[in-house]
Design a protein around this ligand. Structure first.
Ligand code: NDP
Length: 493
């Protein structure tokens, strides 16, 4: 058998790659790992962790407002971005070091270099050095993509938000998925004037319709100027905004429809790519709803793509799919037997805990002789909007296509916010099989729904029935007690 430098070489130091490297090294395997950027990957450096800290920062506005209703008296405060951002970055530095030291203590060789495949057992590192490995694991993640429109390079993406020099006064967020909705709520909470354009009929496509509807309503009630069925038709540096009524008048500045069916409006030439303008400056945007105005920034939250370009996949014979994702079997093995892939680069479920579990299943399969498929069924998740959306299992729409279901649902103003005079409502919904009585899906819209769905997810994953939920005594007074007190279905579907 050929001698290799490593038993395992991992490309990518994000959550999935690091966990796979550590667990493989713990079996006595000789492991190397290459990371071209910062250890910790998307989740730690430019995703879940800094996002969640920003969520915390942004919720204090409501907390302070509510506190007055609860008898507290204090002067008005203001949010200061720079000290928060600096503290945020110090925390990310600390976490990066934790990741490094975990790898170090596990005996993993760290290569701070970009790596690509040279052949099924050889990895090329920056500077031309090569290493060989019996197994190679690709865990390089993904990156945000901008839409294919002229001047899209002027817009920011989620990675850029954590680096802002100053908090903008106004932003346009394009997209209706996790990232768009989370940042709309965060920035609005921090005092930024937020406009959001989503091309579809309702935000958060793929989630339960009723839950989406309530989140959308709540976001608008918080002052987010959400426009559904809307997309950009023209994007330019604000300094190149067209002259005349379009985009210069106060109506336009307020986002009122202009230029559509308006004989006096200036005809706007299609935008030419602006070669000089740099990303991040003020931009002028004309949208399909007829609005035309300038924003301090436009932020594209229009999806993510796998980081497969320039990875040497073709040279090594690794097959990719239509979106560039690495195709793998149930054990995360690619078309090349010595090469495996996990995490966002495989575009299965783009969630950190899923990537981590894929990494652990890889180690079980390859280094512990215990073939293990990562379990992608009934994965709970949360969208950290305000209020949050926690979800596990089937939506009502998915479930009713599968079998007859009973829907248990309640929506009400929770005590804490109602006392403070807020109109916020929460929603608890269980989708129950008529036949087996199993809870097929659970959807919660409420503050801390992310925490709640982690717990409810255990019951749903365990296949419990509605009657078993109801056999659990309520915890009173809580909002979550509704999960065990909804006696009668509101409808059957
Ligand atoms: P999503 O796929 O969730 O959303 C992308 C959004 O952009 C959709 O609303 C999509 O519209 C819209 N869009 C796509 N292309 C265009 C275009 N050309 N013009 C206008 N709109 C467009 O991606 P995200 O980037 O928000 O998130 C990526 C993944 O990261 C998520 O799927 C999730 O798995 C993960 N994530 C998880 C989080 C969490 O767990 N809390 C937080 C953040 C990310 P349409 O619906 O019509 O396709």
């Amino acid at each position: 058998m050929a001698d290799f430098d490593y038993d395992l070489f991992v490309i990518g130091g994000g959550s999935g790659g690091v966990r796979a490297a550590r667990t493989a090294a713990a079996t006595g395997a000789k492991v190397g790992l290459a990371e071209e950027s910062r250890m910790g990957g998307t989740c730690v450096i430019r995703g879940c962790v800094p996002k969640k800290l920003m969520v915390f920062a942004s919720t204090y506005r409501d907390t302070f407002a509510d506190a007055r209703s609860y008898g507290w008296d204090f002067p008005d405060g203001t949010f200061r971005w720079a000290p928060f951002r600096d503290k945020l970055h110090a925390e990310l530095d600390r976490l990066e070091e934790v990741y490094r030291s975990l790898l170090d203590k596990s005996g993993v060789d760290i290569h701070d270099a970009r790596a690509s495949l040279a052949d099924p057992h050889t990895v090329r590192l920056d500077g031309g050095r090569t290493v060989t490995a019996k197994h190679i694991l690709i865990a390089v993640g993904g990156h945000p993509v901008r839409p294919e429109i002229a001047n899209a390079h002027l817009g920011l993406v989620s990675d850029d938000i954590f680096q802002l020099d100053a908090l903008p006064k106004s932003v346009l967020i394009v997209g209706g998925g996790y990232i768009a909705c989370e940042f709309a709520c965060i920035l609005s909470g921090l005092g930024v004037e937020v406009t959001q354009h989503y091309r579809g009929a309702q935000i958060l496509r793929g989630f339960d319709d009723e839950a989406r509807g309530l989140i959308s309503e709540m976001m608008q009630a918080r002052g987010i100027d959400l426009h559904l069925g809307t997309n950009i038709v023209d994007l330019r540096p604000a300094s190149e905004a067209p002259e005349g009524p379009v985009g210069t008048g106060s109506d336009a500045a307020m986002g009122a429809p202009v230029g559509v069916g308006d004989a006096t409006a200036t005809v706007v030439e299609p935008a030419r790519p602006s070669a000089t303008a740099r990303p991040g400056g003020p931009v002028w945007v004309k949208a399909t709803n007829g609005s035309a105005r300038s924003f301090d920034h436009v932020i594209f939250a229009t999806g993510r793509a796998p980081n497969t370009s320039g990875l040497g996949l073709e040279e090594a014979g690794v097959t990719t799919g239509r979106r560039g994702e690495i195709l793998v079997d149930d054990y995360s093995q690619t078309s090349v037997p010595s090469i495996y892939a996990i995490g966002d680069v495989t575009d299965r479920i783009q969630l950190t805990p899923v990537a981590i579990r894929e990494g652990m299943a890889f180690t079980e399969t390859v280094f512990k002789g215990n073939p293990t498929k990562p379990d992608h069924a009934l994965v709970p998740s949360a969208v950290f909007t305000q209020p949050e959306l926690g979800t596990v299992g089937l939506t009502e729409e998915e479930a009713r296509d599968q079998e007859p279901v009973d829907i248990y649902c309640t929506s009400f103003r929770p005590m804490q916010q109602a006392f403070a005079g807020r109109q916020d409502r929460v929603l608890f919904k269980l989708v129950v099989s008529k036949d087996s009585r199993r809870v097929l899906g659970c959807h919660i819209v409420a503050d801390h729904a992310g925490e709640m769905i982690q717990l409810a997810g255990i019951a749903v994953k365990a296949g419990l029935t509605k009657e078993q939920f109801d056999a659990t005594c309520a915890v009173h007074p809580t909002v979550a007690e509704e999960l065990v007190t909804m006696a009668v279905p509101i409808r059957s579907a």
